[in-house]
Ligand binder design. Structure first.
Ligand code: URA
Length: 206
């Protein structure tokens, strides 16, 4: 698995604002949009372009358009908060949704909602889930999506725990992960430490 830590100063600036417990939901959403926009810059770096002629006011030159087709898949609920910048930046993106719930006793994730576009085969799948904690949810999401034979699968998250990175790496070494931070560890309640709390609660004020 390729784990790419995006350490750009702007990413670290907005990550700090997200970590701050005094950041209220309206600002949290704004900083979340900004950090995801910056992470997308790296997460889309390998997309292929198609070159075509365009006419500037002065002469003809090469134009570029994104040739790869991307399917964004936010994981409910917190992943929804990551979708806005993806829709703004990526041309012709289609969107699927996956809802997973974890059995508290066995820690196994199972699907309660899956709604995917019909044409995933051969496309670039981008899973959106802000906190890679145990890796259980990410593994299940990749398992579901790989049934449809995409060309590649990548995960965009904000904070990753070593436990989640290892779990995903073990199951799916071909998946690329882009994150703003690799934190220290999970605590007893499976929260990432130092983390930023519950991303969904912070986004939606619940
Ligand atoms: N999900 C969150 O929102 N936060 C964590 O720390 C772990 C999982």
């Amino acid at each position: 698995m390729t784990f790419q830590l995006v350490e750009h100063p702007l990413v670290q600036h907005y990550l700090t604002r997200l970590r701050d417990r005094d950041t209220p939901p309206d600002q949290f959403r704004e900083f979340s949009d900004r950090i995801i926009t910056l992470l997308l810059y790296e997460a889309t770096r390998d997309l292929r372009s198609r070159i075509f002629p365009i006419q500037t006011p002065l002469e003809e030159t090469d134009g570029h358009t994104i040739a790869d087709r991307v399917v964004a898949v936010p994981i409910l609920r917190a992943g929804l908060g990551l979708l806005g910048p993806v829709l703004e930046l990526l041309p012709e993106v289609t969107v699927g949704y996956i809802g997973l719930e974890r059995d508290e006793r066995t820690a196994v994730a199972s699907r309660y909602y899956v709604k995917l576009p019909p044409d995933i085969r051969g496309k670039t799948v981008m899973i959106l889930d802000p906190m890679l904690a145990t890796g259980g949810t990410a593994r299940k999401a990749v398992e579901i999506l790989k049934e449809y034979q995409p060309a590649s699968v990548r995960l965009v998250c904000v904070v990753a725990a070593p436990e989640g990175i290892a779990a995903l790496e073990e199951a799916y070494p071909d998946v690329m992960v882009f994150a703003a931070a690799r934190d220290r560890q999970l605590n007893g309640q499976k929260y990432i430490m130092p983390g930023l709390g519950d991303y969904g609660d912070r986004l939606f004020g619940t």
